[in-house]
Design a protein around this ligand. Structure first.
Ligand code: ADP
Ligand code: ASP
Ligand code: MG
Length: 448
């Protein structure tokens, strides 16, 4: 049975400075159901940490990056003084950070350790900001609860182990306290720090909600909900009041950065509703994502994901042969590469992969290309964007809007439709993708 608890998550801009943190603390103070608060690193911090783990910086540059991280924390601390317990933990964490971040070389595990400090720092400060408002709050190290495998930089959560640990370490605190903890990080079975991938704090919040059977997850960010497209790109984008789990999952998967793609998984497993709203304007409401939403058919949103790689694998041996696809996917999976779109012809397979510029590690490694190259011809194209139209019962022909006509105006590199009726996606040159999204939005989503 679900409890009445709410898990609230605050993203980087929501905890960027003292004023922003104070606003978020007020949201919690106003809603007694919020019992767990998941914070991201303050805006800008994780980008500095990613620079550190990319290990292109020399010693002097590493020191500058460490200083840049600490300046962001210090600016907030100028307005908040920490209680002794929090100050002591903060100081210890700072010492650990300096020691590891200044090392000349880091292994994969140490990289995740470095990436974890943003959330660790912001959670000390946020706990204090809440206490200053009179909220009885404690800080919990989520590495004691959120258990994952050892796939550093993109770890997979262990749901059962997390539930067991939550029962022991988190649940007992909830009766009397608001628990402040970190998004994005976890630990493997050896206790080593792991991370869930960029933007992973949304996913953490949903996983924690699942582990304590929470009623809902509130994702507080810098926009008043999930829009029909990125509001930064289209001024006429409109917030969507209600989305089904399927629609929201598709939007997140295909580029609506407002939610980490995996966030909906734990929520839909346990029927936990997800709310997305702006911590700057909580009174404006936001988007509710729920199981029982009666979806209207047709296109509801358009998203894009830039920096896609198109991998084309050709082999005449594929003709009438079995096992070719299995071989390819075994290799990709051994490098932990996740594939988005797949199209096949008789002798070739085309796949798209994500190549996010700020990822903590590259998606496609040379070793993988070499292994594939042993049995097929491999070509790699960059600078592509995946554009996706999301909704329910999307049909190429029929309905009021004939999608075929709209699409015929664009130079489409690859198209996928059919596997899911919730999306229709295609690849275009990155240089034209903003214009393509704007045109689709205007033609299909701005009609009165
Ligand atoms: P946070 O730091 O709170 O996690 P993010 O930057 O990860 O916030 O996500 C919020 C941003 O997502 C918004 O500022 C917006 O530009 C972007 N975004 C992209 N697509 C959408 C969409 N369809 N609806 C709302 N926001 C979107
Ligand atoms: N701080 C991490 C990032 O910037 C996780 C998050 O904010 O969701 O990717
Ligand atoms: Mg985010």
């Amino acid at each position: 049975m679900n409890s009445q608890y709410v898990v609230a998550k605050f993203g980087g801009t929501s905890v960027a400075d003292y004023t922003a943190m104070h606003r978020c603390a007020q949201i919690i103070n106003d809603d007694p159901k919020v019992r767990v608060v998941v914070v991201s690193a303050s805006a800008g911090v994780t980008n500095h940490l990613v620079e550190l783990v990319q290990q292109k910086a020399d010693e002097a540059q590493r020191e500058l990056l460490v200083d840049a991280v600490m300046q962001i924390q210090q600016r907030i601390l100028d307005s908040v003084s920490l209680d002794a317990d929090l100050q002591c933990g903060f100081n210890e964490t700072y010492t650990e950070f300096k020691e590891i971040a200044l090392l000349p070389a880091l292994n994969k595990q140490q990289c995740d350790e470095v990436l974890s400090f943003g959330e660790r720092f912001s959670s000390f400060i946020f706990t204090q900001v809440l206490r200053n408002l009179g909220v009885s709050s404690v800080r919990l190290d989520i590495r004691d609860v959120l258990k994952t495998d050892s796939n550093f930089s993109k770890a997979t959560p262990d749901i059962t182990a997390t539930e067991v640990a939550a029962l022991e370490h988190l649940q007992p605190l909830l009766e009397d306290h608001v628990v402040v903890t970190q998004g994005f990080i976890g630990s493997d079975k050896y206790g080593q720090t792991t991370t869930l991938g960029r933007g992973g704090s949304d996913y953490s919040a949903a996983l924690i909600a699942e582990a304590i059977n929470a009623k809902s997850v509130h994702i507080w960010t810098d926009v008043v909900g999930i829009f029909s497209t990125d509001p930064r790109l289209c001024s006429k984008a409109k917030p969507i009041a209600r989305l089904s789990f399927d629609e929201a999952a598709e939007m997140a998967t295909f580029g609506a950065k407002v939610l980490h793609p995996a966030t909906i998984l734990p929520a839909s497993r346990k029927g936990i509703s997800v709310f997305v709203g702006s911590s700057k304007a909580p009174e404006q409401g936001g988007t509710w994502i729920e199981k029982e939403t009666q979806s209207q058919s047709g296109i509801r949103a358009v998203t894009q994901r830039k920096n896609q790689i198109l991998l084309t694998l050709k082999s005449p041996e594929m003709l009438l042969a079995s096992g070719f696809l299995a071989k390819i996917f075994t290799i990709l999976s051994s490098y932990n590469i996740s594939v988005d779109l797949v199209t096949t012809s008789e002798i070739s397979v085309a796949l798209t992969l994500d190549n996010a510029p700020n990822a903590s590690r590259p998606e496609l490694e040379q070793g993988c290309l070499d292994e594939l190259g042993e049995f097929c011809h491999v070509s790699v194209e960059n600078n592509l964007t995946l554009v996706a139209m999301i909704g329910s019962e999307i049909q190429l022909r029929g309905g009021d809007d004939c999608l075929v006509d709209v699409l015929s105006e664009f130079d489409i590199r690859l198209i996928c439709h059919g596997a899911s009726r919730h999306n229709l996606c295609f690849l275009v040159e990155q240089s034209s993708s903003d214009a393509v999204v704007q045109a689709i939005h205007q033609k299909l989503l701005e009609v009165a």
